[in-house]
Design a protein around this ligand. Structure first.
Ligand SMILES: [Ca+2]
Length: 173
């Protein structure tokens, strides 16, 4: 009884500590520790090495997260403002979880398996240029980061998220 109570208190303290911090450190199955940064209600990290969209999905999972799923105007704005504050400019492109690989023009998220509930396409997008653009990334257009469909095998940096601590819970510290 005492032991379970202590565990509960430790658990609550852990939750409180997590809320107070603006970062989260995750280690999954011996991979290097990954620090996520809290922006509003979600944790994110940027993988700077440019990789294909397919590789990006694996990178995020390997490090305890998922490709980012931007779900609202509020989230899009806060993510865009964060990227701008970090000095990212028009040369920085970031893969997201959006794609229409399984059915052309029906964009879904590989992170939650659902149709995208929110999109913020840049002007003229998605245009499926060349008939070969099926993965969604963020780029800086008209003063803020917005979405574009692009060739999945092209390489970009990666924006991963961690939401609701659904992965590697036992490894959080
Ligand atoms: Ca496009």
């Amino acid at each position: 009884m005492i032991k379970s109570g202590s565990v509960l208190i430790a658990f609550v303290l852990c939750l409180l500590a997590g809320d107070a911090n603006s970062s989260l450190s995750v280690t999954c199955n011996g991979n290097p520790q990954q620090a996520y940064q809290k922006i509003n209600s979600k944790y994110y990290f940027i993988w700077h090495t440019k990789v294909s969209w397919f590789n990006a999905a694996h990178v995020c999972r390997r490090l305890g997260g998922d490709l980012v799923l931007i779900e609202s105007e509020e989230e899009m704005t806060s993510v865009s403002n964060f990227l701008l504050s970090q000095g990212y400019d028009g040369s920085a492109w970031f893969w997201t979880s959006g794609n229409d690989i399984t059915q052309n023009r029906r964009f879904q998220s590989i992170t939650n398996g659902m149709p995208l509930s929110y999109t913020k396409w840049s002007h003229g997008e998605p245009d499926n240029a060349g008939g070969n653009e099926h993965c969604v990334h963020l780029w800086l257009r008209d003063g803020s980061f917005k979405m574009n469909d692009w060739i999945c095998n092209e390489r970009a940096q990666v924006l991963c998220q961690n939401q609701n601590h659904t992965r590697c819970w036992e490894a959080y510290n």
